[in-house]
Write a protein that binds this ligand. Structure first.
Ligand code: GTP
Ligand code: ZN
Length: 356
């Protein structure tokens, strides 16, 4: 028998909603004794104890193998998780193929600094970035063309759309037909309107969904994949709303296509460990490109962030005390839960908030 495989759409407590790669036709007899059939393309799954034992987490976007399907109850058990190509953080989505950054040309007006931050944050995941500018109906041809040329020079030829006139929607949809696309962007740019256009049958579940996509997303880190009609999956991401830059300074230049291009032209900077700061001698990154000033500002931010992380780590290790019995370093005994050290992750989060 062929292995039953699928993609995890959502994680709810200890259950995983899995979309099957191949739908199953269930033959049934109705009350009148007539043959009918039902197409089953989703199963609600648990995780095999073996996976739990080895600590195998299952995330939205994971590719999984399912055993012992119960077609009548639409249940199954995940027995295997395929190796991930990548894993996005906050919220957690595995095997992401592209990030669709949605901004508006107006209302709210397009702010180059804000856009640049989102772009850098998106690039830092090393996933392909697609830029889409909504509300094309609100601006003149001239303004749109100015933005188009400007963003092209940044390395991001944008797709203009309007969820009102439907301009550009088909073109955009063609880019999303394969793999997993994560939608990100500020509040109010029209992400929900776009998602509803791209997945019309989502409207059927609008009560539930508007809760998820609307109020839910500001308060929870819930994430879910939605199947697109022509193939591919879409995920809406609450976590991308606060793009704090946690890139390490050495990797920041790679988050700017313009800088990357300058560095790959064949030449090298004077120092091979050049951080590409403003006063670095013979630095290839320095030059006459629009976002150079953004780059320098983010670089200082990245350096400060790294320093702050280091300081936290030092403060942490000074907490360690010697255990008299064998001379080995040990963490002091923690009496109550509330005295426990915070996890790295929440430490990161707190830092992000502080730096904000
Ligand atoms: N003029 C114009 N307005 C639009 C367009 N698309 C969306 N809007 C309006 O922009 C506002 C915000 O749209 P939403 O789809 O809720 O935006 P969102 O990005 O999902 O916002 P949050 O839910 O707050 O994250 C609404 O008033 C929409 O009617 C468009 O193409 N043109
Ligand atoms: Zn340099």
């Amino acid at each position: 028998m062929l292995a039953l495989t699928g993609t995890v759409l959502a994680v709810q407590a200890n259950f995983y909603r899995v979309m099957l790669d191949h739908a199953f036709r269930l033959e049934l007899l109705d009350e009148l004794g007539q043959n009918t059939s039902q197409i089953i393309d989703e199963l609600l799954c648990t995780r095999r104890a073996r996976l739990k034992k080895i600590g195998q987490q299952i995330c939205v976007g994971d590719r999984v193998t399912i055993e012992e399907p119960d077609w009548h109850g639409k249940r199954g058990a995940i027995s295997e998780v395929a190796a991930r190509r990548n894993l996005l953080d906050r919220p957690t989505v595995a095997n992401v193929d592209r990030i669709l950054l949605v901004f508006a040309l107006a209302e709210p007006s397009l702010d180059p600094h804000q856009l640049s931050r989102f772009l850098v944050k998106a690039e830092s995941t090393q996933v392909e970035v697609l830029l889409c500018l909504n509300k094309r109906d609100l601006v003149s041809d001239e303004l749109w063309q100015t933005w188009r040329d400007r963003l092209k020079s940044w390395g991001y030829p944008p797709v203009a759309i309007s969820t009102y006139t439907h301009e550009g929607i088909n073109e955009l949809a063609q880019h999303l037909q394969t793999g997993v696309t994560v939608v990100a962007g500020l509040s109010g740019v029209g992400k929900s309107s776009l998602i509803n256009l791209l997945i019309p049958n989502l409207q059927v579940r609008v009560g539930e969904v508007s809760q998820r996509l609307g109020h839910g997303r500001h308060t929870t880190r819930h994430v879910e994949l939605f199947a697109l009609p022509a193939g591919g999956y879409l995920a809406d991401t609450p976590g991308f709303m606060q793009p704090n830059l946690t890139v390490i300074p050495q990797e920041l230049a790679d988050c700017f296509p313009e800088a990357k291009q300058r560095l790959s032209a064949g030449d090298v900077c004077h120092f091979n460990n050049c951080l590409h700061r403003r006063d670095e001698p013979n630095c290839l990154v320095r030059g006459d490109w629009e976002r150079y000033e953004h780059y320098l500002a983010y670089l200082e931010e990245a350096i400060a962030y790294q320093q702050k992380l280091k300081n936290t780590a030092t403060a942490d290790s000074s907490l360690k005390v010697k255990d008299a019995s064998d001379g080995k370093q040990q963490e002091p005994r923690l009496l109550k839960k509330r005295y426990r050290r915070e996890s790295r992750r929440s430490e990161h989060q707190n830092l992000d908030e502080e730096l904000d």
